[in-house]
Design a protein around this ligand. Structure first.
Ligand code: 5GP
Ligand code: ZN
Length: 114
């Protein structure tokens, strides 16, 4: 846990979020500013800052990704399709430095991204 981290506060239920999945390792909740009909964030409960930290934490990375796939199935857009994104650091557009996987679905997504 990191004291000033907004996502750690969501994990500790100190600030509200629309939580859609939780187990001992990961938490998933709706993004506050959704960019698609479904826009969820899947985070590890362990405070890792960026996807760079998965070099030595591959197991938790796998759990985050498999959770996203299960959520896509549960919400009914696994067949129509979706996108998973880890933004990393400045050039990747990362704003919250608690590792999170964006899960977007429910509409046709453009490629390439901006
Ligand atoms: P990043 O740019 O770091 O990859 O994405 C951060 C995401 O977190 C953004 O899509 C933003 O809307 C979302 N976000 C930031 N603060 C909060 C919050 O307090 N609650 C929720 N649910 N989402 C947040
Ligand atoms: Zn954190």
């Amino acid at each position: 846990m990191s004291a000033n981290c907004i996502f750690c506060k969501i994990i500790k239920k100190e600030i509200p979020a629309e939580i859609i999945f939780e187990d001992e390792n990961v938490l998933a909740f709706k993004d506050l500013n959704p960019q698609a009909p479904f826009h969820f964030l899947v985070i590890p409960k362990q405070h890792l800052e960026t996807v760079n930290d998965l070099q030595t934490n591959s197991e938790i990375g796998g759990k985050v990704i498999s959770t996203a796939a299960k959520i896509a199935e549960k919400f009914g857009f696994s067949e129509s399709g979706y996108r998973t994104i880890f933004n990393c650091n400045k050039d990747g557009g990362q704003e919250v430095f608690h590792l999170h996987l964006h899960l977007l679905g429910g509409r046709k997504l453009n490629w390439p991204p901006g």
